[in-house]
Design a protein around this ligand. Structure first.
Ligand SMILES: [Zn+2]
Length: 459
């Protein structure tokens, strides 16, 4: 707990509700990660982490509601765990009761319902207002009222938790006024490993394993630089993800953090990636320290079906044989199309053959073309900069086509090449000190991802 602003430095000892067993457990288990020291987490502990996290998630989904202990629980804890300060043996205990804000209740109306005089209620409301906009108090927020056991008619302090990490507290000072304090409660990260076999798609298997959809999307996008999901992934292949779950002080799950490491075990190769906060900010790297991101995405569209590959074929409309210089992806009209790489818009045109199409110019002599769009995206005009993955237009059937699809071409130094067979050089490779730090970090992550039974000499 960190006090941002401490007002009342009086000798009154606040009673601290001691941590529950769960919190202690989390604190013990996460200590190595918090301190970024090589961790030795025994298998039993790791199992507990996973079970605990899944349990806590299941309990609080779909929303990160903050469960507060009931009044009875709090009383029991206070009675059983609080130790009267040794220096002041006669100090009475602090008691508390909670009120959950209901629709239509304001801070002032709530305060006037407590054992406070009108002036005290006003003073308390004003003090609270110095750190909390009263309009931010919403139904569902919980107010905690504390009083000394021997003086239940005098409110000693009022606390409101406005987010899992922030609490505003006002405390009665010696002269009877109230002082406000903001308390920031840091969330505790808990490492979680989810490992599962793939049956059907990686997306479906990840969802079935309980992975956060955002995390799953991020993982799939990162693997899509090296993996053609339609061709390379088979049933029985395996994936593992290491990420963090954040818990509040009471052990309630709050949210998932970023992916720290991942493994994809395919029938012919194993691909691992690790998050590393290097000199250019956080990114994902392979075990050799090469960035996972490449110049171009493997496929510039998600959830589409490859209907025509690169090479010679019969033209469906014109009837003669020709070279199909790109890939066709069938997808519903309106499906977003992503820029395959960082670059500049070279042209946005509407022609009889390609219909509405966009050409992007990238580094290293690459150009990409996206045809038969229903429309280009807002802001996509000649000369505009685009980022990899940015939506540049939408699937349509403009131009010469028999159905809605994306026709996608990659050109290298002016000639069309097969997008499925390009070996891209990595965008960035870690060297020197940075590489050393990465390798140190990687070994720690790998230890958690693969488990302590993993023999590092085998990888
Ligand atoms: Zn085509």
């Amino acid at each position: 707990m960190m006090l941002l602003q401490h007002s009342d430095s009086d000798s009154i000892q606040p009673v601290i509700i001691k941590c529950s067993l769960l919190r202690r457990l989390i604190a013990v288990l996460t200590a190595p990660l918090v301190h970024r020291v090589a961790a030795v987490i025994v298998p039993v502990a790791l199992l507990i982490i996973v079970d605990l996290a899944l349990f806590a998630r299941g309990r609080t989904e779909p929303q990160a509601e903050v469960e507060s202990p009931s009044l009875v629980d709090v009383m029991v804890e206070l009675e059983s765990e609080s130790e009267p300060p040794a220096t002041r043996p006669t100090t009475p205990l602090l008691r508390e009761y909670a009120h959950t804000v209901r629709h239509g209740e304001t801070l002032l109306t709530l305060l006037t319902q407590q054992p406070l005089s009108h002036n005290e209620a006003l003073a308390a409301s004003r003090a609270m207002g110095t750190l909390l906009d009263p309009r931010r108090l919403r139904p569902g927020h919980e107010l905690l009222f504390r009083y000394w056991e021997d003086d239940p008619q005098t409110i000693y302090s009022i606390a409101v938790r406005i987010s899992p990490e922030r609490r505003i507290e006002i405390e009665r000072s010696e002269d009877g006024t109230f002082d406000a304090t903001e308390i920031v409660m840091p969330l505790t990260p808990v490492p979680v490993v989810i490992r599962s076999q793939i049956h059907g798609s990686l997306y479906g298997s990840g969802m079935a394993a309980g992975l956060d959809p955002n995390l799953l999307h991020a993982m799939i996008q990162l693997y899509s630089f090296d993996v053609d999901f339609q061709r390379d992934v088979r049933s029985g292949d395996e994936f593992a993800v290491l990420f963090e779950e954040y818990y509040d002080e009471d052990g309630n799950w709050v949210r998932s953090g970023a992916m720290l490491a991942a493994e994809l075990v395919l029938h012919d190769r194993t691909l691992r990636m690790y998050r590393f906060n290097g000199d250019e900010g956080p990114d994902y790297f392979d075990p050799a320290g090469r960035t996972v991101r490449k110049t171009l995405l493997r496929t510039p569209i998600e959830g589409a079906r490859l209907t025509s590959g690169f090479g010679r074929r019969d033209h469906p409309i014109l009837g003669y044989s020709h070279l199909h210089p790109g890939l066709d992806f069938a997808a519903p009209i309106g499906t977003p199309i992503n820029a395959a790489g960082d670059g500049v818009v070279e042209a946005v045109r509407n022609t009889s053959g390609f219909g509405i199409h966009v050409i992007l110019r990238h580094a290293n002599g690459f150009r990409t073309l996206y045809a038969h769009m229903s429309s280009a995206a807002r802001g996509i005009r000649t000369g505009a900069r685009v980022n990899q993955g940015q939506v540049i237009g939408y699937v349509g059937m403009s131009g010469m086509t028999t159905g809605p699809h994306l026709h996608y071409e990659v050109h290298l130094n002016g000639a069309p090449i097969n997008p499925a067979s390009i070996e891209f050089p990595p965008g960035r490779t870690l060297r020197g000190d940075e590489l050393e730090r990465f390798q140190q970090n990687r070994r720690q992550l790998e230890h958690i991802l693969l488990g302590p039974t993993h023999d590092p000499t085998l990888s």
